[in-house]
Every structure is written in structure tokens, then in C-alpha cells.
Design a protein around this ligand. Structure first.
Ligand code: ADP
Length: 535
């Protein structure tokens, strides 16, 4: 009986395949898979020469060879993959048998290579899995026409077992590699990152997070995100946490507390993620914005100081004009009178601007309104109208009134709301054409008091209506008066600080600005007894 034939009895083949299948079942590395598959194949067919390679996108990942002793098989394997038998099989996805290698162009004459016989026959099989080329196995024997159909059949079966095992080993290795890369990246990024489970228990932290918060990694892994953010209070309330659990992303300003109890300002980006290591989790990226906030506070303090310092000289301008008025007496000629009026009006305008700038800052910081008093809105409207009357007269703008006489008193900061009204009237006059008219009305309904001014200006396009209440928002139109875009921002902050609302309606001709203030001020504990004047 042919030597090979006796090796390939049915029983032996089955035993071999069964053993190999068991051997390949474990959690093997790709190198182990290559070794076991090649050993089994070479043993089954009795071939002294054998090699196997693992491939990805036709690139060599790993190799193993028998018959070359201690010699590094890689240089020869690279050559045969480039232009030898293994390369041909890799490109053609076909099993090739060479019965006589001496005159076959696919068998490279590697004269000095003990891996490669100079005479005999060879068998080369592709290892494919789900259509992908994952490797190639080559067996050679010094006898010509050594490989029978049965041999090819057995090698094909071994190849199939090997391909599946190799493919899963390669996948596992790629996943581990990716995970390692991610872990290195995670640890090396300069932004603190915390990963928690969906209940907020910390599962992973990077080096920067430990440095930033002053805890060791082990300590952090025993904490929950609520220890760090003192959750449930401030911007990280229960609602936000629930929305994160549901998969919504969130960006918000918050504070964290370090191990030493120090408070740091952070811009947090949190979202639900899935990672193989942690499962369903929430990733918290914590940008430290403490120094930005310090800088911003410094800038605000500086501007507040400037605004305050401007008040002094402005007060001098005011008292000088008043003194001049007195000195000149009543008999002064009308030209000088007009000049004095212009000086007074300009001083008032600048003072209002400074006060509003200071108010914007205070209101943005959430300062409480301290100068509230019970106020009749119509009286406030009348004072405001007096102040803007000269501008209206200059532009020949007629002011019409529809003031309700049954308005309940409002508990408000009079000076602030007066400046809101002046701002709105100012705009209405500024944007109305010469000879136009504006209508000023007040009303009450549903526990609110309304103030409304309707002008005959150019109107405000719908898209601009959404932004004009923002700071520095201006609608760019030709031949329009200049401004800085702070007036309406102040109005909105002031009205909202009183628990009210402000809005604009404009559909083509003119604009109507309205604000509504609640008759009962929001419960702040500051309300005086009925009928008394405010603090
Ligand atoms: P400023 O008037 O200094 O530019 P405001 O905050 O008072 O700043 O107004 C913002 C913008 O809103 C103005 O630039 C203007 O484009 C628009 N606007 C405000 N009031 C009116 C109005 N009555 N009619 C037309 N446009 C207006």
C-alpha cells in the first residue's frame, strides 16, 4: 500500500480531525492556531516540509514553518507570497497541486533554503473564512506525485477547521489591540474623562481625571458621579441624569469638588456610550474652565469699575449744567436754552446707558432686585414720555396714548422699569420716519399689567425678532440709526428679573413691543404689607 494511503484510513482521518477540532476550540492566539493546524496537517500527510501564513488584506500577519530547523522562515515566506506558489494561491483562492516541482515556475528555486526541497511535489491550499482570505498552507514532499485526491480532501477539511479558528483568533486579537489603543488614548488625553454605569457608579477614569480631582484611581472607582458633582443640586439635577440614561447627550456648566473640598468650574459633555469593557455606560468629559471663568470675572469687575468711575465726572457735568442754568436765570435767550437742554438730555442718556450696563451685569449674575417699591405704571410711563419728548418733537413724531385707568400697583424697581420704557420709546421714535406716530398703551388682564408701544417704523423681519433681545444683536439695514444692541437685552433681563415677559410683534408695517409684569411679584419674601411702600 502507498505510504500516504495507509496514513489516510478513514478512522485515522476522523480521529485526527476530531482531535484538531478539540485543540482549536480553546481561546488560542493566531500563532497557536497556525502551529497546531500545520503540525496536524504535516503529521497526517507525513510531509517533512510545511509552512502556513495568516493574512489580512493580503498582508502577512504571522507565519509558521516546519523543516527549516532554527532558521527564520519569514524571508522565504515573503518571497513565495510575492511571486511563488503561496502568492498564486492567495490571489486565486484555489488549491494547487504540483506533482513535479523541478520544472514548475510557481516553485521558486530557493537553492540555499532548507525549507524548500529541490525536487518532489507540493500541495498548497487557501484558508478562507466567510469569503475572506485568512491564510495559506503549503506542504511539500521529496517524492514526485505524492499528494493523492484523498490527501487533498483531508487537507481541505483541516484547512476549513483552521480557517474558522484562525479567523476568530485574528478578530479577537484585532479587538484586543483596538481596546489597548483606546485605553492608551483614554489614559493619555489631557481632558479629564470619567465613565460611570447607568446608575452613576464610577467604572473607569483617566489619569487626568485623577490629577484634576486629587483622588487615586482606586479611590475614584469607589465613588459615584454624584459625589464629584454633588448631583441632585444645580445643573446636574435628577432630570438631566434621567435624560442621559435615556441616551440624550448633554453639555452644561457645572462644578466639581476635589478630594480636598476645592470647588472647580467645569464644562461637562456627557453621553451614554457602549464599550466592550464597561457595557452600557455614561461618559463624562469634564473640561476645567476655572481659569476662563476667573478671567471673565476679572473682565466684568474691570468694566463695572469703569462704569462706576464714569458716573463721577458725569455727575459733575450734571451739576455744572444746573449751576449754569441758575446763573443765567430765566431771561436767557432761546439759543442758549436749547444748548442747555441738549447738554442735559445727553447727560441723562449717558447716565441711563451706564446704569443699564451695570444692571445687565448684575442681573446676569442673578443679583436680587433691592429697590422695589409699589408703583403706578401709568405714572412711570408719563415720566418716561417726558424724557423722550424732545427727541419725538425733533423728529415731528406724534405720541398717542391709551392708558388704562384701573391698573393695580406693581411692586417693582421703578428706576429700572422706567429705563425699560424709555428704551422702548427711544427705539420706537428712533426707527419711525419723521412725521410718523407712535401709540403707547397700558392695560391689565389675567393678573398681569401690560405696557405696549406701537410704532410706524420699518418693522422687524421674523428671523431678526428671534435675536434682537440678545446682547449686541442688531438688524443691519441701510439708513438705520446706529446703536450697540444692548437696549433690548437690558429690557429683557430687567423684565424677566421681575418675573415678567417681553416680546415683539411686527408684520410688515411698524413694530409693537409689549411687556407684561405680574401684579403679584414672585414670592421672594420681600413683599411689604399691602399699601406700604417698598423698602
Ligand atoms: P440698538 O437700538 O442700540 O441697536 P436695541 O437692543 O435697542 O439696540 O435694538 C436691537 C435692534 O433691534 C436694533 O438694532 C434694531 O435693528 C432693532 N429694533 C429695535 N427696536 C426697533 C423698532 N422699534 N423698530 C425697528 N427695529 C427695531
Amino acid at each position: 500500500m502507498h505510504g500516504l494511503q495507509s496514513r489516510l484510513s478513514q478512522a485515522l482521518r476522523l480521529a485526527l480531525l476530531d482531535r484538531l477540532a478539540h485543540e482549536l476550540n480553546a481561546d488560542l492566539s493566531s500563532a497557536d492556531v497556525l502551529r497546531r493546524v500545520l503540525n496536524a496537517a504535516a503529521e497526517a500527510l507525513g510531509t517533512p516540509y510545511a509552512s502556513i501564513v495568516a493574512l489580512k488584506n493580503r498582508q502577512l500577519l504571522a507565519a509558521y514553518a516546519l523543516g527549516g530547523g532554527e532558521r527564520d522562515p519569514l524571508p522565504s515566506i515573503r518571497r513565495v507570497l510575492e511571486n511563488g506558489l503561496a502568492g498564486f494561491v492567495m490571489y486565486n483562492y484555489r488549491t494547487i497541486i504540483i506533482n513535479d516541482i523541478t520544472n514548475n515556475p510557481l516553485w521558486l528555486p530557493l537553492a540555499d533554503d532548507p525549507l524548500s526541497p529541490q525536487a518532489g511535489s507540493a500541495l498548497c491550499v487557501p484558508l478562507t473564512h466567510a469569503g475572506d482570505m485568512v491564510g495559506v498552507m503549503t506542504l511539500a514532499h521529496p517524492a514526485t506525485s505524492y499528494f493523492t485526491a484523498d490527501a487533498v480532501h483531508l487537507i481541505t477539511l483541516i484547512g476549513e477547521l483552521g480557517s474558522a479558528a484562525l479567523s476568530s483568533a485574528l478578530l479577537l486579537e484585532a479587538a484586543r489591540e483596538a481596546e489597548k489603543r483606546y485605553a492608551t488614548l483614554f489614559d493619555d488625553v489631557i481632558v479629564p474623562i470619567i465613565v460611570t454605569d447607568l446608575q452613576g457608579h464610577i467604572r473607569a477614569v483617566n489619569r487626568r481625571a485623577c490629577e484634576f480631582l486629587g483622588y487615586s484611581r482606586e479611590e475614584m472607582l469607589r465613588l459615584t458621579i454624584s459625589t464629584i458633582h454633588r448631583m441632585g443640586t444645580g445643573p446636574l439635577g435628577q432630570d438631566r441624569f434621567q435624560s442621559l440614561q435615556l441616551g440624550h447627550e448633554a453639555t452644561f456648566q457645572s462644578k466639581v469638588w476635589t478630594k480636598d473640598g476645592e470647588e472647580r468650574a467645569v464644562q461637562v459633555r456627557a453621553k451614554r456610550v457602549f464599550s466592550a469593557a464597561e457595557g452600557d455606560s455614561i461618559q463624562w468629559i469634564e473640561h476645567d474652565v476655572t481659569s476662563q471663568l476667573t478671567l471673565e470675572r476679572l473682565r466684568q469687575d474691570l468694566s463695572a469699575m469703569l462704569y462706576h468711575d464714569m458716573r463721577g465726572p458725569l455727575g459733575n457735568v450734571y451739576s455744572s449744567v444746573q449751576a449754569l442754568r441758575k446763573v443765567l436765570g430765566d431771561g436767557v435767550d432761546s439759543h442758549v436754552k436749547t444748548l442747555l437742554q441738549v447738554a442735559e438730555r445727553s447727560e441723562r442718556q449717558v447716565r441711563r446707558l451706564i446704569d443699564s450696563l451695570l444692571d445687565i451685569q448684575g442681573l446676569e449674575e442673578g443679583k436680587k432686585l433691592l429697590n422695589r417699591a409699589n408703583t403706578a405704571l401709568n405714572a412711570l410711563v408719563e415720566t418716561a414720555v417726558e424724557q423722550v419728548k424732545p427727541q419725538a418733537d425733533d423728529s415731528k413724531i406724534q405720541m398717542r396714548f391709551a392708558l388704562a385707568d384701573d391698573l393695580p400697583a406693581l411692586y417693582i424697581d421703578q428706576d429700572m422699569i422706567e429705563r425699560v420704557i424709555i428704551n422702548l420709546l427711544d427705539n420706537a421714535i428712533k426707527y419711525s420716519p419723521s412725521g410718523g406716530n407712535i401709540t403707547i398703551s397700558t392695560a391689565t388682564s389675567g393678573g398681569e399689567v401690560y405696557f405696549r408701544v406701537k410704532d410706524s417704523g420699518p418693522g422687524i423681519p421674523p428671523e431678526a425678532q428671534l435675536v434682537i433681545f440678545d446682547k449686541f444683536a442688531r438688524v443691519r439695514q441701510r439708513n438705520m440709526p446706529h446703536g450697540v444692541g444692548l437696549g433690548l437685552a437690558f429690557c429683557k433681563l430687567a423684565i424677566e428679573a421681575h418675573g415678567g415677559r417681553i416680546w415683539v410683534r411686527s408684520n410688515g408695517v411698524g413694530s409693537t413691543f409689549t411687556f407684561a409684569l405680574p401684579v403679584r411679584a414672585p414670592a421672594t419674601g420681600e413683599l411689604p404689607p399691602l399699601g406700604a411702600s417698598g423698602p
